[in-house]
Ligand binder design. Sequence first.
Ligand code: ADA
Length: 585
Amino acid sequence: MRYSMSLDGLWRFVADLDPAYHGESLYQDMRADCRHWDVVRVPGCWNLYAERYRLFEGVGWFAREFHLDELPPHPVATLRFGGVNYHATVFLNGERVGEHEGGYTEFTLDVTDHVRTGRNVLVVRVDNRATQMKLPAVLGWFNYGGIHRSVDLEVTERAQIERVLVHAVPEGRRAVGQIRVRLASRCDASPVRVRAEVVFWPGPQLVWEASGVVEGSEWSSEIAFDDPRTWSPETPDLYVCNVQLLDADNEELDDVGTLFGVRRLAVSDGRLTLNGSPVFLRGISYLSDHPACGVCYDPEVLTHDFAELGELGVNAVRSHFPPDESFLDDCDRWGLMAWVEVPAYCLTAPEAFASEGYQALAKQMAREMVEQAYNHPSVVIWSVGNECSDHLPEAEPFFGGIVETIRSLDPHRLVGYAALYGGIGHATRLVDIPGVNEYWGWYDRGVDGPCPGAERELAPGEEVDLGKLRECLAHFVAEHPGKPILMTEFGADAEPGFRSAERKLWSEDYQAHLLEATFAEVARCPQVAGTFPFLYQDYRDPSKRTNHRWRGLNLKGIVSYDRTRKCAFDTLRTIYQRLREEPSP
Ligand code: ADA
């Protein structure tokens, strides 16, 4: 039996204002007096704990106690952290039990030798100093610090399932695929058996079952069943795979259930197909950020946002980093296809591409991203990065390593990359589905120049000139014959509430106008298989230089930070309505 204890809830928190002086020893000790620390909620972003932490970037310490009435005679105990930004060092009962780098993927730590019955003290040191961060290379979204996803303790007897990976595609009238069950390294050597079943979700129709002895630390089996219901945005049907781990006496040691879907993605004749039919990704970029919860997952916020995406006719979302697993659960259920990205974001330095540290970290992030989201049918594209200097020779092995890591773990999905203004480099050449990020009609009008006087407003009756976009697409298409391409970013900032009949820059009207003009231009290019305007909502963005409009928020949302619709919301809804009726832009 698996005993899972949620360690979400109230923790103690203290900001270490001089980590170089204090070192690690000061707060890690289980006897440390935490009574003067703040009481805070985990998951949470420390920037939202109190006004004094709003811009805090540094080292923060978290501590909490938990009690275990008993432990089995031969326990296997794992701590699971959904996401800590950016670097975590974990101490259990005064001992350092592990560390993890990277803000947006889950990690687990074997704590079998450290957990005890009675009182346990868990301490986590979190460091989000931008100067210590490798990926993302620059702060393109707010660098919320803290334990921003759930924490759990999982205890089993003698053996434990580390991961269940399930994949199935439709083939004729059947579903065929594979299940792999991997055990935690800590399991003892006695023989164990796996029993697995697949049930149409929410049940009760059993469609497949199998069992077998685990050799080494992994068990796998082919899956096959008749008349599957395939997953698609229109019919987001799911199956649940339940796995039990049994000992020689048929005693249950562990059990895990995971949802998955049956669907096939492919590239054929320059088009993207889902379950054999061409599909156009009516997408939008989505960057998790909200005034109340920051980057943390909040079911109420997500339900609101996804209802709005439904209203827009969106069937795909793009995220700059691996989102919370609950976000992907929601994508599965709402029928949204997802582009999920390694945060190799705006990496430009040749020495970074060449560095073993960066390469290893990028591959680690790719591995964690793929394994954690593997079972989610919503995930259709793994992206290796965004707007990097991938034309550099040093970028070839760097991106080659990420692509290889992803393909070796998951040959069934597509690999993508979002290229700055459609630049052609090693990453775009290596992937199945390259993307174009472009802001013609926006930055080329001087909006991020040193003074507002440098901005070029539209003259009365003037149409926005997207000739450069046309050239870029023609070139990009010629360089990627047979590959579908995606418009992974485009748009303009709009100050919420600023309306202008003359379509002044920064107005909602200009943003809506540019969106329409861009879609009209993109419609001339049949190789475009999807569009992801940037983006759903305004968000905190340190990368934007403060000026007369930007004051900490990126304003490219088609809704404001607090989710008030801008004009572009209706524009996009009309465009996507049209695309639903004739699915090519
Ligand atoms: C880039 C980047 C986005 C955002 C955008 C912008 O394309 O990928 O994260 O920063 O620019 O708003 O300028």
